[in-house]
Design a protein around this ligand. Structure first.
Ligand SMILES: [Zn+2]
Length: 261
């Protein structure tokens, strides 16, 4: 748990991410965060059969990424189960296969966005329900303001993404944003850390749920554009996304310590 001073320093610092003495330490840290993110996605019920992936760029091989073994339940993934995939889609470390859609989408997102360390995509129920409307999220709650003027809509659907050109179009739609709604499909988020990408996905899914609930009950009152912009700067920063993930990480590691094996 961070102290009060730690937390204030973390929120102020441009370099809020942990520092490592060796690339081995950084790799292990990233893989631990990744395994924990999968466990959390499992706990939140974001899995749907074989769909979904949270790839994380390898710290020393920037065109390679660590990802979940194809077909393994998110709730069972341990650090030692993660596989390393190269820029051709070959598994170069690990004993399992890779989901082709994961490679196609994320190789293109990682190529288009050098700042991105991790991305998250799953067929979660509220995200895919909202995506069917073909609309952006409105600033109707404090939390969703993290996405104010910082998410996009991929307003097309052409089947399962198995073609590199389609992956490129998707990355183009994402642009410089932290998230994209894939019409008739679901959500995709990115971050400067695994923590941040996973947190944006979790809170975006809940924001889709909140807008669906609010619109089912009546006419939600939108937050004024100036206030939405201010709130975005307060809740939508890279450090804010990273920090928001930490309580979830501590909880899942305490409940399921074997994920670190
Ligand atoms: Zn998908």
């Amino acid at each position: 748990m961070p102290t009060k001073d730690d937390t204030e320093a973390l929120m102020r610092a441009a370099d809020y991410l942990p520092k490592f003495d060796t690339v081995e330490d950084e790799r292990l840290h990233r893989k631990q965060r990744l395994a924990a993110a999968y466990r959390l996605f499992g706990r939140f019920g974001f899995d749907e059969g074989i769909a979904g992936h949270i790839p994380a760029r390898a710290p020393e091989l920037l065109d390679h990424f660590w990802v979940n073994p194809f077909g393994m339940n998110f709730s069972h993934i341990r650090v030692s189960d993660l596989i390393l995939v190269n820029d051709k889609g070959d598994v170069v470390e690990g004993d399992y296969g890779v989901n082709t859609a994961a490679f196609v989408i994320h190789s293109q997102v990682h190529a288009a966005r050098p700042d991105v360390v991790a991305a998250a995509h799953a067929h979660s129920i509220y995200g895919k329900s909202w995506s069917a409307l073909g609309k952006m999220l409105d600033p109707i709650t404090q939390d969703v303001c993290a996405f104010y003027e910082d998410h996009a809509l991929f307003d097309d659907y052409t089947g399962v993404v198995l073609d590199l050109e389609e992956g490129k179009r998707l990355a183009h739609a994402l642009g410089a944003n932290k998230a994209v709604i894939l019409r008739n499909h679901g959500l995709l988020t990115v971050g400067h850390s695994v923590d941040e990408a996973a947190w944006w996905f979790i809170t975006m899914e809940r924001s889709c749920q909140a807008q669906l609930l609010a619109e089912a009950a009546g006419d939600p009152v939108p937050i004024d554009p100036d206030m939405a912009k201010l709130t975005a700067s307060q809740v939508g920063s890279h450090a804010g996304g990273y920090l928001s993930f930490q309580p979830l990480y501590e909880k899942i590691v305490r409940d399921q310590p074997e994920l670190l094996e």
